[in-house]
Each structure stands twice: as structure tokens, then as C-alpha cells.
Write a new protein. Structure first.
Length: 506
């Protein structure tokens, strides 16, 4: 039996139980029929990932899956999130033979942006109200324009086109669509649900990788003639799972956001048994990443949520103490090993902490040489060459540093201002008497965890797609109006023949 068939069987077995958990959580929010579309599209995308012998074949089959989704789903917008993690996030260059060697690098999320979001975005653009520009739009647009303009320094039209296409499909399209299409509290909760649903099966697959010591997706990347990510990474003798993220910390980031969105989800259903089961799967995936940045990020998210609910905080402590004591009695060695992995207090992989500290110091020296607009050749600086690792790579494990080094302080200001503004406006909503239909505190907690965690990882694989889509949801909340409690009606907000995208708020 070929290895890729064996891997597919393991993936379907590992993720199978999560389908039942997802159904229990999703059906009360989106209905049985919509859940079936989500499930079928995810399973189809997973299967074609392993069965396609090239990225081009995968792209064609994914288009058919998206056509099915558009035809069957009442709200196809959310399929972008549901399918975002279903295939390995590796990129393949595409160009025009004889003209341009490479005008864009496509990966599964960018394909989904073309197949799902672009048609919706065109429909939304026809509404003049969606073209109104807010301060958040200015900051996000300034960031994109700076990157596109600075790409001209490469002196290569291919590079300029590649940078512009990457920003258009990775930032502009998801940001515009989600910031304009979400118009009701129900839309926001469906978005949170989509993130949790998308992360659940991948968290289970990552847990399988961790327990078996076998990454299952590098074989898919090899069949697509693409880079295979970080390969086998270990910490304290344990394999760091990566699943479709291809990089362990990106996988942990995905599980962190999925768990945070599950906590922030506001529905008529109480946080019951199936929600706890989903939480356990996501936490298992988060642990399997053995990535301390996302661990701390989720801790920040939980702290923000509990800080405004003393009753929930007391229940959390009451539940955590016996669980921790039980684990200590069952396996004291596990507790010791877990503590040893914790940042600041643990002793495992101290070299990683030293590397991050040295990288920050070296990066500041390089930034001083080109402070305002950065340098496209920053990696060649002697200060950073000293940070070369054994694999021949210089890993810029900080998204803020990554932006500043290549594109300068001006670009960083646009980027940081966008997220700070988003968080500040959510905090204003959270401090008010929040409407019962939206968990503003929970959404703020997830956003703060994202802002913290991207300081511990570069913006690779799924990471930027997650934070731009999630932040766009925050902008949508602002566009609804502070304290909005609008509910949805049956009237579609986008008129398109035979296609229902979303339903507008009254």
C-alpha cells in the first residue's frame, strides 16, 4: 500500500470522532443541512489532498469542491475558514510561460480566496455602502500599500507582481469580505464556530502525529513538488506535531485560536459535555505542538475571559485543582515533564530562549541601519548571519521584527496600529453592558492572544490568514455600530443568481 494511502487512512481514523463532536456543537448554530455541507467539503478536500499527484490537479479538484459548496451551502462564506486547514499549507509558484517565471505563489488558503471569497467580494463591492473607509481600513490599506510599494526595490517585475498578488489574496480579499459580509451577531458567532470546527479535526490529527511520532503530511507536499516545512522537530525527546500547518508553532497557533473561538462562541446552548470534549481535543493538539508561545497565548485568552466573570473563574479553579491533582497522582512524571517544558520555569530547550533573546538584540542593530523602510537584504547583515542555525536558516521568530527588518518602522506602525485600534474598540464594547448575542470579552481575549503569539513566531503558513480574517471580524463588529444587537432576517445582503451568501441584519 502506498504511504500516502496509508497516511490518508490514519488521518480519517484520527479525525473521525471529531465529526460527531462537531455535529453536536454546530447543528444548533447552523442547522443540520449546513453542517452536512461543511462536513462533506472538509472530507472531500482532505481526500483530494492525498490523492492528487500534483498541486495543479489538487487545485482543479478543489475548485469542484467549492462549486459544490456554493451550490449547497446557504452561506458559503464560512467554507473559506472551514476548509482553510484541511490541506497542507505549502505553496507552489505559478507564472505565464514565456512572459513571467512566477507571478504568484499559491497555497490552499489563497486558492480558497480565489474560489470562494473573490466572487463574494465582487458582489459586496457593488454595494456603495461597503466602500466606505474607516480608520481601521486606512491602517490595513497602508500596510498593504507599503509592502507593495517597497517590493519595487527588488528591481524585478516578477517580484513586484508576486508581492502584490500575495497581499491581494492573503490580506485584501479576506479582510474586505469578512469586514463587510458579517452584519449580525449570528454572523459573528458562525465565524467563531467555523474557526473552532476547522481546527478540531486537525488538532486530533496533530495529536496522532505526536503519539505515533510520524508527521503524515510531508508526503503530500513531496508529491506536490513543494517544500515540506520543518520536517521532524523534537523538544525534550517529543515530536512536535505540525499536521497541515507543516510547522509546529503554526499548528499550535491554529489550535490556540480554535480553542479561543470555542470559548468566545455565544449560543443558546450551554457550554456542555460536547463543548468540553471539543476543548479537550483542541488542548491535546495545542500540547502536541510543544510550542510555548501558543500555550501562553491561550493562557492570556482564558485570563481575559475569566477576569470579567468571577463566577466562571471560581468554577475554573475548582475544576482545575482536582484535575491537576489527579494527573499528579496518575503520572507524576508527566506533570514534571510538562513543567519542564514551560517557558521561564522549565529547563527544556533553553537554547530556544537564548536564540530568541540574541535574535532580538541582533535585529535591533540591523533595524538601526535601515529604520524607516527596512531592507530586502536584511538577512545578509553580519549581525544576523551570526544567527544562522544548523539547517542553514535564520529563523525570524517574531512577526513584528520580521515586518520591521524587511519593510521598516513605517510599515510596522500601520500593522500595529490596526491591531491596537481593533483591540481598543473591542475593549470599549467589552466594558459596556455587552449585548447577550456577542461575547465581546471572548473575542477581545482571542485577539490579544493573537497579538501576543505573533511576537513568538514569524507569519508563515496559516498564521497570517488566521489573524487577518479574525481581525476583519472585529472590524465588522465596529461597522455594525457599538453595542449593536441586530438579528438576522431572511433577506439576502448579496443578490447573486442561485447563490445565497449571507443574510442581512434588520
Amino acid at each position: 500500500m502506498p504511504d500516502y494511502i496509508k497516511a490518508l487512512i490514519y488521518v480519517l481514523i484520527a479525525s473521525g470522532p471529531t465529526v460527531f463532536i462537531v455535529r453536536r456543537i454546530a447543528v444548533p448554530v447552523i442547522g443540520e443541512d449546513e453542517f452536512l455541507v461543511w462536513r462533506n467539503c472538509w472530507l472531500a478536500t482532505t481526500c483530494i489532498s492525498f490523492l492528487s499527484n500534483s498541486f495543479l490537479v489538487f487545485s482543479g479538484l478543489l475548485l469542484l469542491v467549492c462549486v459544490y459548496g456554493f451550490k449547497k451551502a446557504r452561506e458559503p462564506l464560512y467554507l473559506y475558514i472551514v476548509l482553510m486547514f484541511a490541506a497542507p499549507c505549502v505553496s507552489v509558484n505559478f507564472g505565464i510561460p514565456g512572459l513571467f517565471a512566477s507571478i504568484t505563489a499559491l497555497d490552499p488558503p489563497r486558492l480558497l480566496a480565489v474560489f470562494i471569497l473573490l466572487p463574494i467580494g465582487v458582489s459586496l463591492w457593488r454595494d456603495k455602502g461597503n466602500r466606505k473607509v474607516s480608520l481601521a481600513d486606512i491602517f490595513a490599506g497602508g500596510y498593504v500599500l507599503m509592502i507593495c510599494a517597497l517590493a519595487s526595490r527588488l528591481g524585478d517585475l516578477n517580484s513586484v507582481l508576486r508581492a502584490c498578488m500575495a497581499q491581494f489574496l492573503g490580506v485584501v480579499v479576506p479582510y474586505f469580505v469578512f469586514s463587510r459580509a458579517l452584519r449580525t451577531a449570528s454572523d459573528v458567532n458562525r465565524t467563531l464556530l467555523a474557526f473552532a470546527v476547522a481546527a478540531l479535526p486537525i488538532a486530533a490529527i496533530g495529536t496522532f502525529e505526536f503519539l505515533k511520532g510520524w508527521p503524515v503530511y510531508p508526503g503530500v507536499a513531496a508529491r506536490w513538488d513543494s517544500a515540506t516545512g520543518s520536517g521532524y522537530l523534537f523538544r525534550d525527546g517529543m515530536l512536535r506535531a505540525s499536521a497541515t500547518s507543516m510547522i509546529s508553532i503554526s499548528f499550535g497557533f491554529m489550535c490556540m485560536v480554535g480553542a479561543g473561538c470555542l470559548f468566545a462562541l455565544k449560543t443558546k446552548e450551554r457550554f456542555g459535555l460536547w463543548h468540553y470534549a471539543a476543548t479537550a481535543v483542541l488542548l491535546a493538539g495545542l500540547f502536541a505542538s510543544v510550542s510555548r508561545g501558543p500555550w501562553l497565548g491561550l493562557a492570556i485568552c482564558v485570563a481575559v475571559i475569566l477576569s470579567t466573570n468571577l463566577k466562571a473563574a471560581s468554577k475554573f479553579v475548582a475544576a482545575a485543582v482536582p484535575v491537576g491533582a489527579g494527573l499528579a497522582l496518575i503520572s507524576a512524571s508527566f506533570i514534571y515533564r510538562f513543567i519542564n517544558l514551560l517557558p521561564f520555569v522549565g529547563r527544556a530547550d533553553k537554547a530556544s530562549e537564548t536564540y530568541r533573546s540574541d535574535l532580538f538584540d541582533a535585529a535591533l542593530l540591523v533595524i538601526r541601519q535601515h529604520p524607516w523602510f527596512g531592507s530586502p537584504t536584511f538577512l545578509k547583515a553580519p549581525e544576523l548571519q551570526k544567527m544562522m542555525q544548523g539547517q542553514g536558516l535564520i529563523d525570524i521568530v517574531n512577526s513584528y521584527l520580521q515586518i520591521t527588518l524587511e519593510f521598516g518602522v513605517v510599515t510596522l506602525i500601520f500593522f500595529a496600529a490596526f491591531f491596537i485600534l481593533n483591540a481598543a474598540q473591542l475593549a470599549i464594547l467589552a466594558m459596556r453592558k455587552a449585548p447577550k448575542h456577542v461575547n465581546y470579552v471572548g473575542i477581545l481575549g482571542v485577539l490579544l492572544s493573537i497579538m501576543f503569539t505573533i511576537a513568538t513566531t514569524s507569519s508563515v503558513t496559516f498564521v497570517p490568514y488566521i489573524y487577518w480574517t479574525f481581525a476583519a471580524m472585529g472590524v465588522a463588529l465596529m461597522r455594525m455600530g457599538l453595542g449593536s444587537t441586530r438579528q438576522e432576517t431572511a433577506e439576502p445582503i448579496v443578490s447573486k443568481p442561485q447563490m445565497r451568501v449571507l443574510r442581512a441584519g434588520a
